[in-house]
Design a protein around this ligand. Structure first.
Ligand SMILES: [Ca+2]
Length: 93
């Protein structure tokens, strides 16, 4: 973990780290289950706790947002979409 934490650790690096960590099958996109894990981790890092319903709502909102720009309507999210998402970069404090 330490070697990933070094080198500035700006929001983008944190997102990249989380993305790689939670792209469980390593296929380069996050499925809804993987997105949920990222959200939970992000909240945990921010010291913020949300009810499960809110986490699921956030997950659904992110996946819906990601699906809007896709012809196949899939809910999977690429690293670029994660980077562009304010949800992952927002200051929860
Ligand atoms: Ca994946």
């Amino acid at each position: 973990m330490d070697r990933f934490a070094r080198g500035g650790g700006g929001p983008d690096e944190k997102v990249l780290f989380l993305f790689r960590m939670y792209d469980l099958d390593g296929d380069g996109v996050l499925t809804e289950a993987e997105v949920e894990a990222v959200i939970r981790a992000s909240l945990h890092q921010s010291g913020l706790r949300l009810p499960d319903g809110d986490v699921l709502a956030l997950t659904a909102a992110l996946c819906d947002e990601a699906a809007e720009g896709r012809e196949d309507g899939g809910g999977e999210i690429s690293i670029d979409q994660v980077r562009e998402s304010e949800l992952f970069c927002a200051d929860y404090n």
